[in-house]
Design a protein around this ligand. Sequence first.
Ligand code: GDP
Length: 192
Amino acid sequence: MQVTEAILAGTAVSPDRFPKDGLPEFALVGRSNVGKSSLINRLAMRKKLAHTSNTPGRTRTLNFYRINSRFYLVDLPGYGYAQVSKSERLRWGAMVENFLAHRESLAGVIHVIDLRHPPTADDRLMAEWLRAHDLAVLVVATKADKIARSRWESHRRQAEATLQPSRCVVFSAETGAGRDQVWTWVVERLSG
Ligand code: GDP
């Protein structure tokens, strides 16, 4: 996909600040620091659209990135960050679950995991929850550049078998590997 326009159209902590234009939305979920912001930047071919960080657990808002005035990528706060309080974790759960379960314009979920390791317990919980809610899920296994290419397919298969998404692709924000496959899935969802 040719991205001609990519803008942070809004940030929200509550539903009254969500966009009201009804454009389709693709939510990004994943463990804190897994590489969601880097994925967004690589997909959009913008270096600093989404703020990347070495410190996990920073993003507490839902960030709506509007692409080509046609759809949104919605960055949800990362899960599995141990350093937050229980009440904060509960608040995270309520906000994210509410969005994923009730958002009418939600066209699909991009579940970002780390290709190097088997899915974590948190990854599996997230996947189960998404399946129970009958959401179309693309698993993006990122940081592929950090392991040998010869191991990509076996790790991808393991993630696919464990999480059972609609599709599972290998990705690297560093090299751009897998970018076309992610966009293909998005475009399929938009036209289907
Ligand atoms: P987020 O918290 O999920 O948004 O994670 P970030 O996108 O901020 O990434 C966390 C760290 O992982 C940063 O230091 C990134 O540079 C690094 N990172 C993310 N994706 C990749 C990737 O595909 N390859 C490599 N080598 N590093 C990555």
